[in-house]
Write a protein that binds this ligand. Structure first.
Ligand SMILES: Nc1nc2c(ncn2[C@@H]2O[C@H](COP(=O)(O)OP(=O)(O)OP(=O)(O)O)[C@@H](O)[C@H]2O)c(=O)[nH]1
Ligand SMILES: [Mg+2]
Length: 221
């Protein structure tokens, strides 16, 4: 009887673990976001923004929610280290792509990189959240403006692709990408001040539960 009850208790209190990768250009604010998430959800606060240096490699952080554990992987965004991102694609349950909504000069570069993420085959079925960071700055583009900027960028890319026959996309790939863009969730956040961060974590939490990918393992808490 004891073992039966213990087994039932373990089953009922089992928490599933999900991995979320945080990617985007260098300086977008990924580490600041990760540390803010830790501060908001954990007893021990994360690093303060003045202690954060550019990431060479990865940082991780774990938060425990009522029914799940989310493990975040903040991956360095400098050009030379972006090629590590795909190594995390097979095992992640959601992707948060952070864009610096204040840095208009680098939006094009940000979209170029985002576009490669959006069409990476390993994560086509994985929830993808676009975070327009630095909303505390009066210079930042709003969520709507960010969405339009990406759509404009994408249209321009399609037009130049039509002219350049070397660049071609199969019909399936084009449809998959179209669907992904249509269903793309864009949220505004300020990693510095924490605005919108809980909403973003809630979205990720809900979407990983419904994701087609299996959780990593059960952990009894
Ligand atoms: N105003 C404002 N500044 C921010 C915000 N988030 C990050 N920053 C600043 O942007 C700069 C870069 O932040 P990081 O968190 O180091 O950026 P990162 O994306 O981790 O960069 P890499 O590690 O190089 O990939 C720092 O000066 C941050 O203080 C924000 O929400 N608002
Ligand atoms: Mg960083």
């Amino acid at each position: 009887m004891y073992h039966l009850l213990k087994g039932l208790h373990e089953h009922l209190t089992r928490k599933e673990e999900f991995s979320v990768i945080i990617i985007g250009l260098d300086g977008a604010g990924k580490t600041t976001l990760l540390e803010k998430i830790k501060t908001l959800y954990n007893d021990a606060p994360g690093l303060s923004p003045d202690k954060i240096a550019p990431t060479v490699g990865q940082n991780t952080g774990t938060i425990t929610l009522p029914s799940s554990i989310l493990q975040f992987w903040d991956l360095g965004g400098q050009r030379g280290i972006r090629n590590i991102w795909p190594k995390y694609y097979d095992d992640c349950h959601a992707v948060a792509y952070v864009i610096d909504a204040e840095d208009r000069e680098r939006l094009g570069e940000g979209w170029e990189v985002f576009d490669a993420v959006l069409s990476a085959p390993q994560i086509l079925g994985v929830p993808l959240l676009l975070l327009a960071n630095k909303q505390d700055s009066p210079l930042s583009l709003s969520v709507e403006e960010i969405r339009h900027d990406y759509e404009d960028w994408y249209q321009r890319k399609l037009e130049s692709a039509r002219r350049d026959t070397r660049y071609g996309q199969g019909e399936n790939e084009r449809m998959a990408r179209k669907e992904r863009i249509a269903s793309l969730e864009v949220m505004g956040v300020s990693a510095l001040e924490g605005t919108g961060v809980r909403e973003a974590v809630d979205w990720l939490f809900i979407r990983v539960q419904n994701s087609r990918r299996e959780p990593q393992k059960g952990v009894n808490m």
